[in-house]
Design a protein around this ligand. Structure first.
Ligand SMILES: NC(=O)c1ccc[n+]([C@@H]2O[C@H](COP(=O)([O-])OP(=O)(O)OC[C@H]3O[C@@H](n4cnc5c(N)ncnc54)[C@H](O)[C@@H]3O)[C@@H](O)[C@H]2O)c1
Length: 329
């Protein structure tokens, strides 16, 4: 793929991101650290061999193929998005100890402005939403895109890859396996009980007895909270999120580039369960979701997790996102 054919930006538009202005405008260390964390995903994406645009000026000095362009403030949003084929949105506020992802709903409800800009500027782009609560921000984005006649369910993704990354890490650790060869599908949503690790479908096959399976499942479901508590107010799982989001975006890029057989789990519009959005393994292609690979065979323990996830996912998280847009836009 020619490098110019693919413009990819992380959304870092507010407040201004120009390096030399930051300390003065934001008054020092805390802001510089925040900005530094937000750049980690850009740093990883800068290593894409497929040619992406990311965050200057520091990144532009790195000797990889990705091209770097800088944009400063909301006024340049449409310039930033022009020609983009993949838009990654990690914009938003992370959790503090004691908060659920749903508690971020009002704080991160600024997503509609970004999605409106995408709808107007690059309506054919693949949109990868990292911002929490993913279970609500994806339906919010879908409703906004529908209002602009720009909704294509094949192209809108909630990034849940971190749940898979964690599952792979924990299973490999528990069983003494090479983590690079472990693959555990995680279905459902991206918060608490809606995160459903399907350990019975892990590759390679692993066996956990009753209590062991339950402990591992609970750890995967609460892993984000583990990090938020450990950081004691200094942010959420920024490093592992950057790793996971880069992995997902790389798969999207590979699929756009024509690679066959690319499979990732993501939170998308779905008819697999009664929830209108749901994460399952997806076959990705040039135009986004090519095929939803569904739930596969769930053992009884996992079927119960699915049942337990539905009320929160469907009646709380998804319905809340849809209602928010209907009432405000
Ligand atoms: N999907 C996942 O797996 C996952 C994992 C961890 C964190 N998250 C979520 O990702 C988001 C970012 O977390 P982080 O740790 O990178 O936070 P961070 O504070 O390090 O970075 C967030 C960036 O977003 C910018 N921002 C905030 N509101 C904005 C807006 N309305 N428009 C444009 N930019 C805006 C901030 O200025 C900052 O640069 C949070 O919502 C967090 O909950 C998701």
């Amino acid at each position: 793929m020619a490098s110019r054919a693919l413009n990819l930006f992380t959304s870092l538009l507010q407040p201004p991101v120009r390096h030399h202005r930051l300390p003065r405008l934001q008054g020092g260390r805390a802001w510089r650290q925040r900005r530094h964390r937000a750049g980690l995903l850009s740093l990883l994406l800068k290593q894409s061999p497929l040619g992406v645009k990311a965050w200057p000026p520091n990144l532009s000095h790195i000797s990889t193929k990705a091209e770097v362009s800088g944009f400063d403030g909301p006024a340049s949003l449409s310039d930033c998005l022009k020609g983009s084929r993949v838009v990654v949105i990690p914009a938003g506020v992370p959790r503090k100890p004691g908060m659920t992802r749903d508690d971020l709903f009002n704080t991160n409800a600024g997503i509609p402005d970004l999605i409106t800009a995408v709808a107007k500027t690059c309506p054919k782009a693949m949109i990868c939403i990292v911002t929490n609560p993913v279970n609500s921000t994806v339906p919010i984005a879908a409703e906004i895109l529908k209002k602009h006649n720009a909704y294509d369910p094949r192209r809108l993704f909630g990034v849940t890859t971190l749940d898979i990354v964690r599952s792979n890490a924990f299973v490999a650790e528990a069983k003494g396996l090479d983590v690079s060869k472990v693959s555990v599908p995680v279905i459902g949503g991206h918060s608490g009980v809606t995160i459903i690790p399907v350990i019975s479908q892990a590759v390679p096959s692993v066996s956990f007895q009753g209590a062991g399976r339950e402990t591992l499942t609970t750890r995967i479901q609460n892993a984000g909270t583990e990090v938020v508590n450990a950081k004691a107010g200094a942010g959420s799982a920024t490093l592992s999120m950057a790793f996971a989001a880069e992995k997902f975006v790389d798969s999207v890029l590979q699929a756009i580039d024509g690679k066959r057989g690319v499979i990732e789990c993501a939170f998308v519009e779905s008819t697999v369960t009664e929830a209108p959005y749901f994460s399952t393994p997806l076959l990705l292609g040039r135009d986004g979701v090519e095929e939803n690979l569904g739930l596969g065979n769930l053992i009884e323990f996992e079927a119960k997790l699915l049942q337990a996830a539905m009320p929160e996912l469907q009646q709380q998280n998804i319905a809340k996102g849809v209602k928010f847009v209907k009432e405000r836009y």
